[in-house]
Ligand binder design. Sequence first.
Ligand code: KIV
Length: 316
Amino acid sequence: MRLFSARYATNDPFVYRLGLQVFILARRVRLPYGSPSFTSLRPKRGLFGFRAAAQPLQVLVTALQKAESLRARKSGRPIAALTAYDFPTARLLDECGVDVLLVGDSLGMVVLGFPDTTHVTLQHMLHHVAAVARAKPKALVVGDLPIHTYETPAQALDTARQLVSAGAEAVKLEGGIRQAEKVRAITAAGIPVMGHLGMLPQCVLEEGGYHKKGRTPEQSDAIREGAQALIDSGVFAIVFESIVPATARLLSESLSVPIIGIGCGDHTCDGEVAVVTDVLGSYPWFVPPFARPEADLAGVTRDAVACYISRVSNRG
Ligand code: KIV
């Protein structure tokens, strides 16, 4: 059977789905938030009465291709993901070849000084996603849907579209079965979605702290069911957070999309994600027990500023 119009005929269902998603996204996506080319991208009523593409088609195709190539890394080269919240960090991490730049709502703690992620708003996320996107990274830019912005499928889709308009190429949300319809709504609009299971930081207040997950067969089964519901709804990858290593490994091996672990032990998943300040040692006031600092930027900063103060104050 030939899929698509005669001119763009293809027999490949993936190419067809890609083309269809790009078409849908081109119709629906909104203006880039804070983009320098804001006015040139203002939507116009087209020949057929719907909004013209808010972003060049190539941007939308590239996002889907990047997500698809990460999905294809299941059982391949492990995925290295890091959080980023600003332009220079995004640029540096991208130059190093990181696969995913996650504008996570950990932003709330490590950048904005809140006690947890429940204080992060969509405005915060849009501001920081736009800064990261201005680095024009080769890595996939994923933006977190903040708490209370995806209560229904319609709201989830609207929030996802706003993040995409700000420059996100994919979005992430927390939770399993209860999020399946929302994931379906977002992926049906052509926006790639990453899931997040295990410890869910947006539930920290209800749960009274950050607790390890997957300790019992019941907990493990619940994570598996949640993961399968997300996969059936179209996620291209799932973050596992603070799941005991044996469970994380067992589940990763049996699930069909890449599992990206944090606090799940070494080499138990198809990749890892870390909060960039944990890797750089730039947030010394709280370091999670599983963090592996590769540098001491807090120490370097203190030394450099001490030198500066001493130079300025010893004028002679
Ligand atoms: O917000 C974030 O940084 C995250 C990671 C912990 C995965 O969701």
